[in-house]
Design a protein around this ligand. Structure first.
Ligand code: 1GP
Length: 254
């Protein structure tokens, strides 16, 4: 079985090495129409968005394939799967975030579902990016915390976040993804992002509850390599341009 040579992870590593920042738009295939995908692709192309993340909690595989294929007809932006369950693996994407919920204590989300999905991932040939996934308390219960019976890391405990990220790094994860959860009331604090990013050698992805270009800038300034926004863009496509620009204009963080 031949795994596709990666193009996404080298880009993430380069961002980290050069202290630069990128912007990703999260699409939930269940809540976008075919016309919506086309409109979104145009906006993302115009705004030079760096990555498209595709994920959702209850996605149906047929939608995922269709949505990605359609996006790819309109755009060359790399599409990265951010799956909520093993059924969401699509060979149409460019890469897959292979998530282990390292902030939780549920063996199923640390290794169980990985065993179940391994054959289809191998067969897909996707670029696989081993990801330490950390849920941070964003003020409202998240789907992932509910489904996994795992408490998120408290928002005011940057040291717990750092130790968790370190553990992920020591286990050989390629990236750390800190997520306050879709629609979080409070996005992750700059203090926590700075603490984690400044002390790990692997790229850091941050998302959840980010609603303004200023917040995107702030998160990048604190050291996030990639900032991900979903909900806010679903409501207002015009945010894409300013948010993408904010990530690119943020100062270099080494
Ligand atoms: C990606 O879960 C986030 O990490 C997306 O969150 O939908 O709140 O932007 P929003």
């Amino acid at each position: 079985m031949i795994m596709r040579p990666g193009t996404v992870y080298p880009q993430l590593k380069q961002l980290k090495a050069e202290g630069r920042h990128a912007f990703a738009v999260l699409i939930d295939p269940d809540s976008i129409s075919p016309e919506g995908v086309k409109r979104l692709a145009e906006k993302c192309n115009d705004a030079a968005v760096d990555f498209i993340f595709v994920g959702g909690s209850i996605m149906v595989t047929a939608h995922v394939d269709q949505c990605i294929s359609q996006f790819k007809q309109e755009s060359d932006i790399p599409v990265v799967l951010f799956p909520g369950s093993p059924s969401q693996v699509s060979p149409c994407a460019d890469a897959l975030l292979y998530l282990s919920l390292i902030s939780g204590r549920n063996p199923d989300l640390l290794i169980g579902q990985h065993v179940v999905s391994a054959p289809s991932i191998k067969a897909s040939g996707l670029e696989v990016i081993s990801t330490g996934y950390m849920v941070i308390d964003g003020g409202v219960p998240t789907t992932v915390s509910y489904m996994s019976h795992s408490a998120p890391i408290p928002a005011n405990k940057p040291d717990v976040a750092l130790c968790t990220a370190w553990a992920g790094e020591l286990q050989g994860k390629h990236v750390i993804y800190m997520d306050a959860g879709s629609g979080a009331q409070y996005p992750i604090s700059s203090e926590m992002i700075r603490r984690v990013s400044g002390n790990i050698d692997i790229p850091l992805i941050v998302g959840g509850g980010i609603r303004t270009p200023e917040k995107v800038y702030e998160n990048c300034q604190a050291g996030a390599q990639v900032v991900v926004v979903g909900n806010a863009i679903e409501k207002d496509l015009s945010l894409i341009r300013e948010m993408s620009l904010a990530a690119k204009e943020a100062p270099i963080t080494l």
